[in-house]
Design a protein around this ligand. Structure first.
Ligand SMILES: [Zn+2]
Length: 360
């Protein structure tokens, strides 16, 4: 039990037996024996293990209860087995903290994800996905405008959103998983905001479209279509671009990107799918994009101008502070759940420490 947790922590930190041994000041053999529960680390060794692995010692005693099912790494994700193990371990660790919190808060606080009502049982053409995305928007009362904060929306809809830094250097976009009855979407942390939003919407597409696609429809393509339709409803795209165009100014695309949180390239695809641009016209834009750029990086690889701001999950942290305020947990539990020292938690409670958005 303890050994399995030490191993899990070591894998999550990406350390070899030898590297961890050096950090702790024991032999690699000792670490190996800890992991197989052949010897028990002293409390001092446990403290050093915790600091070498960047976890609090409570981590080693938490019950590993997470069973991840339905995990689908995106097809083009080329994570090495080690990166994949680290990403999954990180997700498990974050989920464990969620479940620990949920065990002490009223069940009315967290919500469960529900599919919108009245979805068609079968989808026969990519076109039909437009109406499904509209239903999703309606079920979540999103109206037809830009979605200001998609992570917040997903969390409000009962989906746990987890950002992981273990994305193998942008080799991994996202995945959706079911864990102990929780619906979870995981996204790599290093992507710019527009890419992150597209991935989130794409993964939501998997949840909504799974089992409905007729034979011959590609699920990845269908989820891309769902993502862009969710981010920009058809009638809005037509209103903003017009029903038919032969050229769209890059500056228009740039402004639309920042208004709607969909990349310039995503807008070109949207225009193509909706028949606003013909295939030939879309191709002219992509050829133009491939010729622009600086320092050998074209606009196809990196879009010009400011990147779209990233989003961060906030719900977990909010609920921890709420549980603290309502005396369902004490300070040391709150600190543990947030991965903070007690001193840092108290600074935050007194509003004397502020971090970048997304931290506590
Ligand atoms: Zn996918």
């Amino acid at each position: 039990m303890l050994g399995a947790r030490i191993k899990q922590g070591r894998v999550a930190a990406g350390l070899s037996l030898r590297e961890l041994a050096q950090g702790v000041g024991v032999s690699a053999m000792a670490i190996s024996k800890y992991e197989r529960d052949q010897i028990k680390p002293s409390s001092e060794a446990l403290l050093r293990l915790g600091s070498a692995l960047g976890v609090r010692t409570e981590y080693f005693f938490r019950q590993p209860v997470i069973e991840l099912t339905g995990v689908n790494f995106r097809k083009h994700a080329k994570l090495s087995p080690q990166d994949e193990a680290q990403a999954l371990d990180d997700v498990r660790e974050q989920l464990e903290r969620w479940l620990e919190l949920e065990a002490v808060i009223p069940s009315s606080w967290p919500k469960a994800f529900l599919l919108p009502k009245g979805l068609p049982a079968h989808v026969h053409a990519y076109e039909e996905i437009e109406a499904i995305a509209d239903r999703m928007r309606a079920a979540w009362h999103l109206g037809t405008g830009p979605i200001a904060n998609l992570i917040d929306r997903l969390e409000e809809g009962g989906i746990k959103v987890i950002l992981t830094p273990h994305d193998g250097g942008k080799k991994f976009d996202g995945m959706v998983a079911i864990a102990n009855g929780n619906t979870v979407i995981v996204v790599g942390e290093s992507w710019p905001g527009d890419r992150q939003r597209f991935t989130l919407a794409h993964e939501l597409g998997h949840l909504v479209l799974r089992g409905r696609l007729a034979e011959g429809l590609d699920e990845e393509r269908a989820c891309h279509r769902f993502a862009s339709a969710l981010l920009v409803p058809r009638q809005e795209a037509v209103r903003l671009l017009g029903a038919s165009r032969s050229w769209v100014e890059p500056r228009e695309l740039y402004m639309l990107k920042h208004e709607w949180g969909l990349s310039m390239n995503g807008w070109l695809y949207r225009a193509l799918h909706l028949g606003i641009l013909t295939k030939a016209a879309a191709k002219r834009h992509w050829e133009f994009f491939a010729q622009q750029g600086e320092g050998g990086t074209t606009w196809r690889e990196q879009e010009p101008g400011k990147p779209y701001a990233k989003e961060y999950p906030l719900r977990f942290t909010q609920l921890v502070y709420r549980a603290l305020a309502e005396e369902m947990i004490g300070e040391s539990k709150a600190a543990e759940l947030l991965g903070l020292t007690l001193v840092d938690l108290r600074l935050r409670r007194r509003m004397e420490a502020f971090d970048a958005p997304g931290c506590h």
